[in-house]
Design a protein around this ligand. Structure first.
Ligand SMILES: [Zn+2]
Length: 186
């Protein structure tokens, strides 16, 4: 089956988090998938982000990461995940923050600010920097089903899932199944 970037894959609420979430089931060695491992998917991420990402209006048209900039982009992705995940888990670390700032500055240094189309790695670096200084920390969350990072943009900060229609329903369906199984076997 051919992989496509669907709106669900941009549930992070900020480009930097959507980039971090390109690793699916990050902590499950058996099921972990790195969507950027396929260069075709990595290239098509830019156009999909320009259409589906929540903060797309900040960046306008995005262009793919140049092949020579891919290692720096992947480094930024990992630093983004480590830093914000530690923040949500209440374990903020100066080292993670410094790594994120280093990774972002490496990416930004490679791109002139006045490019007509922003390369997606430069946009992700700016998104990460904006998030790092975002004051409403309680809006930053981890989906209990898929472990994706997301920014809860709801008015009353009541979002539990990265995407109710995907993760919320999956958990509800599995609870329903467990209940039925229990009823049938008891
Ligand atoms: Zn989820």
């Amino acid at each position: 089956m051919t992989f496509t970037w669907t709106p669900h894959r941009f549930s992070g609420g900020a480009l930097a988090l959507d980039v971090a979430n390109s690793v699916v089931m990050r902590f499950d060695a058996a099921r972990r998938i790195d969507r950027y491992a396929d260069p075709v998917a990595l290239d098509s991420f830019a156009a999909a982000a320009a259409s589906f990402c929540s903060d797309k209006d900040l960046f306008g048209p995005l262009e793919p990461v140049a092949p020579e900039n891919r290692p720096a982009f992947l480094n930024l992705r990992e630093a983004t995940d480590r830093h914000f995940r530690a923040e949500v888990l209440g374990r903020p670390s100066c080292e993670h923050l410094a790594d994120l700032l280093d990774a972002a500055s490496t990416v930004i240094r490679r791109h002139p600010i006045k490019a007509t189309r922003t390369p997606v790695d430069a946009a992700a670096a700016r998104s990460a920097l904006m998030l790092a200084t975002f004051s409403e920390r309680e809006r930053l969350k981890i989906c209990p089903n898929c472990q994706w990072l997301f920014l809860d943009r709801s008015r009353n900060r009541s979002r539990t899932w990265c995407d109710m229609t995907v993760c919320g329903n999956r958990v509800k369906a599995s609870r329903h199944y467990q209940r039925q199984k229990k009823e049938l076997t008891s």
